[in-house]
Design a binder for this molecule. Structure first.
Ligand code: HEC
Length: 259
């Protein structure tokens, strides 16, 4: 019994230490959003993801790509086949070579990856004062805090404090490492009109696009969580089952019967 209490004590101390560590390294600077996909049973809010895609298309896609996402993946967030065909057809995609050995442009198809705004990194830098707008597909996994970080970054622009030396063409944003970023604040109130009528405050736009980028980074999040739950359920049932089997098997021995 003493040993058991000791073990539980050590386990509790470790878990307290671990959660303290996590809180400490978050630095307190990031906004903690109560995302629909948080927690063991969290699921994406499909309507939010569709709004986020709209924000990406109308705002972020001027500078950023999401090169890992194909048009047909949009079926996951509730677009119908016809809608996807129509969205894809709005883009020009390079294909080829044809029989003459030339590359050519054609309208996009559902199986194409969503084309980015620039042909290559040099072109992207040339259009952005030398800064490179990174691909956003995996950004929610690449930064500590994930969607909280993206939301905090997008809504974190401020006037630089006095005495802060801002580089040319840079913007003050304490959420970004070094507090200055080449991206101009991309979001403002009512900069777009949502197809589903949701009021387009800067905060809402930022949340929606951050959730969308969480989906691009981990489209299989829901499957992972539901599999995790089923595995836990399986383990619980097996634990109970084996407890009774164990009891039954040892019963004669414990009674002192000859086996
Ligand atoms: C006018 C061009 C432009 C637009 C529009 C734009 N960005 Fe950026 N973005 C940039 C550039 C340039 C950088 C690189 C900044 C740097 O390295 O200083 C960047 C960097 C980022 C980063 C990376 C920050 C990091 O930690 O490295 C994220 C995330 C991001 N943008 C998200 C977005 C989202 C979401 C939108 C749409 C709401 C958007 N951006 C719209 C130009 C743009």
């Amino acid at each position: 019994m003493k040993k058991l209490i000791k073990t539980i004590g050590v386990a509790l101390a470790f878990s307290a230490f671990a959660s303290f560590g996590a809180q400490a390294s978050e630095g307190g600077a990031l906004k903690q959003v109560d995302w629909s996909f948080n927690g063991a049973f969290g699921q994406f809010d499909k309507a939010q993801l569709r709004r986020g895609f709209q924000v990406y298309r109308e705002v972020c896609s001027a500078c950023h790509s999401v090169r890992l996402i194909a048009f047909r993946n949009l079926a996951d967030i509730g677009f119908s086949e016809d809608e996807i065909k129509a969205i894809a057809a709005e883009y020009e995609v390079q294909d080829g070579p044809n029989d003459d050995g030339d590359m050519f442009m054609r309208p996009g198809r559902p199986s194409d990856r969503i084309p980015g705004p620039f042909a290559n990194e040099k072109q992207a830098r040339a259009a952005n004062n030398g800064a490179y707008p990174p691909d956003l597909s995996l950004m929610a996994k690449a930064r500590f805090g994930g969607p909280d970080y993206i939301h905090s970054l997008l809504t974190g622009y401020e006037d630089a404090p006095e005495g802060f030396e801002l580089g040319e063409g840079m913007n003050y944003n304490p959420v970004f490492a070094g507090a200055q970023i080449a991206m101009v604040a991309p979001i403002s109130d009512d900069m777009l009109e949502y197809a589903d009528g949701t009021p387009a405050t800067a905060d809402q736009i930022s949340r929606d696009v951050s959730a969308f980028l969480m989906w691009t980074a981990e489209p299989s999040l829901e499957a992972r969580k539901s599999l995790g739950f089923r595995v836990m359920l399986f383990l619980v049932i097996f634990t109970v089952l084996f407890y009774f089997i164990n009891k039954k098997v040892w019963k004669p021995v414990k009674r002192g019967e000859q086996v």
